[in-house]
Design a binder for this molecule. Sequence first.
Ligand code: SF4
Length: 398
Amino acid sequence: MDSTRFNLQATIARSKRAGIYLHIPYCRQLCYYCDFHFSLSPQDKDELITAMTREIALRKDYLNRQATDVRTIYFGGGTPSVLTLADIRRILDEIMSVFSVSTDAEITLEANPDDLGDDLSPAYLFGLRDLGINRLSIGVQSFHDHELKAMNRLHDAREAVRSVEEVLRCGFENVTLDLIYGLPNSTLESWSHSLETALALSPPHLSCYHLTFEEKTAFANFRKKGKLHEVSDAISWAQYQRLCDRMGEAGYEHYEISNFARKGWQSRHNHAYWIGIPYLGIGPAAHSFDGESRQWNIANNRKYREAISRGTVFYEKEILSDKDRFHDYLLTRLRTAKGIDLRYLKNNFPTFYPDFYREFARYLDTDLLEGKGNRYRLTEKGMFQSDVIIGDLFVDSG
Ligand code: SF4
């Protein structure tokens, strides 16, 4: 066993914690920017949930049970708020019967405003609370009707506001909203309006993503055909700066490139991804990580169900090389406000460190990196350019 692996395992054993991610692969409508795995046909939902509960039981040893306490559970997708309370109960009951789940576990459900803003939603929301869901992530994206329409979202701005108010009124405290900036035809003013509307609702956490044109999405296709134009770099940059300034003024910590939280309200589940805590991913297209390997389930609902019921392989797996782990460390830690520890890199990845440091040193006197001693992190400007910087720091050797 090499020293890197030994250290990593020691860290994981010490941490004794893990997360579970559940991929709910259904949506009511296709959003034009999205490349996640989902289906618009929920007819097989019951069978799929049966397959997911079987997968939970099949993978009972994945998290190395004697060393592991499940601290976070995350219903993502897709659109988990298409699930009924009975669906969610089936999944949670299976998890509780198989794993040791902390009594104070963070249990998040992603929800769309169109599932939360109508007259039936209080019953649904109180039901979620009774089931133990204690964090809601609401996919607002924008507070402009024309932007929501351009993205093909199902809700409008009024419904978005109402859904957040309803969630807060029903007693959820741990609430986060997703917003997207850098949208086609957006301006600094239009972005400021969405941001200020979100801040006026006062959620303890906000996730704000810059739009990316993922391959094979409708937006990428529109752009190729010249039907849609990206915002200029200058507008993107101004929107990002406004975001950082306003969130700071409003008392939120910029703790990860796209994430802002009031003190004590960081996402525990996502934070665990960024610091290398193992997680088990259940459902079609879900990814898992155990410290030594990554695996990902078939991204096809029917094939996933059939493989689980036949007992055949339903995932692909890759054992992580030292270089993969080195790159993972850079990729995840440099996204966060804690940044990287040079001593850790030097001690655990001596083969790659000299090449890495040569590139790293080029950034030391720039306004993209800050730190001292062994701890360094990207500045806010650096975070905006993180893809390029992290790419530069990756090594070819080894
Ligand atoms: S953005 Fe969310 S709701 Fe829209 S298609 Fe993608 S997964 Fe579904």
